[in-house]
Write a protein that binds this ligand. Sequence first.
Ligand code: AMP
Length: 331
Amino acid sequence: MRPTGKLHLGHYTGALENWVARQNELNADGSRAFDTYFLIADYHSLTTSLETTDIFDFTIDMVTDWLAAGVDPEKSPVFRQSQIKQHTELFLICSMLITASRLERNPTLKDQIRDLNMEAISYGHLGYPVLQAADILLYKGNIVPVGEDQLPHVEITREIARRFNKQYQHPKLGDVFEEPEPKITKFSRLAGLDGKTKMSKSLGNTILLSDQPEEILQKVRKAVTDTKKIRKNDPGRPEVCTVFSYHCRFSSPDKVEEIARDCRSGALGCVDCKKICSEAIAGELAPILEKRSDFAAQPNMVKDILLNGEEKARMVAEETMKEVREAMQIG
Ligand code: AMP
């Protein structure tokens, strides 16, 4: 995740809760199913803004949200990309293993250019998925829990891994890299409050993980619903309603069924429906909010978590780079 501002519900449903689930997943014998690594993509922030003054504060704030949502630094190293030089080293090598035209066809890049009204992009922005490939491959990542917008990037990572293995074989290991698989959730593209596109910091259509119940209610009140349901008793179409899509994630299955039925019949108006929805969201976020305030009171602990995570991650990254250099016969 890039430290570019406060985390929103899309980050939570598309990535963070999936991360925590993978972190806590056990095999039948009780051992952990995965070694999990959680990366703060601070260099990636530069792809859309060169402003760096807030990156550190955003990092601490973001890690506070991660910890509150259940990331356990004892199990999962939490670390900044910029503090592990092997990321830039592998990024450079990966950048030779993919063509510029392949990167220009990346649909996520096209969406970003459109959403942010960008007239031109930097060479580094074009290379966003190449740096991400280095982030994943350095830790021999085989499962990448991401939102839908990141799927093309995992595909590019697979192509780079394949190309490396074809070109360079390690004398003992043979293939250095495994091709990673993406792991998305049912809510890997959470809609924004404007109902037009996905929830996104840059589009200002978010509910934040740190919002208080009252703020959630205010925001959900403004959410776009079925535009054909004008009066309270008009029959509605839940399948086109943003608020209903939030119910699907945050309300119980029985409640979702009841809401769909009463919306369709016209028995339930949007005002009441939005109130129920914001209560369901606030209910789920309440324990996160509570833990968040505990961690927020201890910024030095968060800094120590980073330093520890970076030490662990650096060792793994250097092991991989040794294999890469051996396979390439460099140095
Ligand atoms: P970013 O803010 O681009 O660094 O995104 C961090 C992670 O959150 C990525 O895995 C994204 O795919 C995911 N993500 C961001 N916005 C959403 C959304 N609206 N719905 C689902 N996942 C999202």
